[in-house]
Design a protein around this ligand. Sequence first.
Ligand code: PMP
Length: 372
Amino acid sequence: GPAADRLDADGLPLRHDLRGASAYGAPQLDVPVRLNTNESSHPVPEAVVRAVAEAVAAVAGDLNRYPDREFSALREDLAAYLARTTGQPLVAEQTWAANGSNEVLQHLLQAFGGPGRTALGFTPAYSMHPVIATGTGTRWVDGFRPGDPADPFWLGAEAAAAQAAEVDPDVVFLCSPNNPTGTALDLDVVTAVLDAAPSALVVVDEAYAEYARAGTPSAVTLLPGRRRLVVTRTMSKAFAFAGARVGYLAADPAVTAALRLVRLPYHLSSLTQAAARAALAHADLLLAAVEATKEQRDRLVEGTAALGLRPVPSDANFVLVGGFADERAAWQALLDQGVLVRDVGLAGHLRVTAGTEAETTAVLDALAALPR
Ligand code: PMP
């Protein structure tokens, strides 16, 4: 009867759109070389460990009180960091932060997506974009990346704008540098999509921006005069701070004001705010590891090409490598050698995070030992 129709196979009243879905998450395996989640392989430097510990200790006595709901000091620091690294002046009101950029994206979809609304992304891209869309009741439309001779996953302005015009979405996700393919978008893709979808919020996910090759400007530089543009960032990658869960964005102050309507009160703990500010105060020291990681990224590109594989050009801290006859068998064979990489569900491809010099050597050696 109608009552039973509302229950799933386990007899639970689970939402229909979640039935049969599987949870997102890469395996967390304890193996010597972990290159599957695009973390920084560099531990937090000792000076930053001390600064974080002192900052956390300084607020611990006030944990009887709720944190600053507006996380104002952190917003000031985030605006200063973005202004310094992108050249684009920003004020604190243009920033927002949450527990990882995943939560920032969820806030955006809670406020600008939702039931009756549509989000468009260009697949393959970050697989959490459709998951967060579903979780917020936003209809998801899978766009495509047409590719070009130099990059099988290339997305240009014309193809992106045509799809945006056709779908007329409420939210568009652009991921630059794109996960899992690695390449950054030209900024004309962003402006073309803003023009082609005149009522859409256009979200550029720049989780890997700090790793981009020279001459790749951030979409933050496009913010003036573009109220529907949002650029998301994270401290999980370049700041080697994935465990702290801090993501943020830059946008018009009207966008960030709207996010107050959906965030839970006090969503950023005093501990998180203090730790993030301590890390931001040491940005230069932390970003030094980014340079080392970019060298390993380039070594992965050259080394896999030399093995006859097909790396996709990368602006990120990972490389998507094509040319595997059987990517699942290759993934298992690498794991058997103690090297964990990511099977992103793309035929013939595996994604490898760029870590330390020793880790690059280990993965290249393991790849060279694969049966062919
Ligand atoms: N965006 C992209 C493109 C990512 O790859 C990731 C992490 N894998 C995130 C956002 C989310 O990261 P976090 O929640 O740790 O900020």
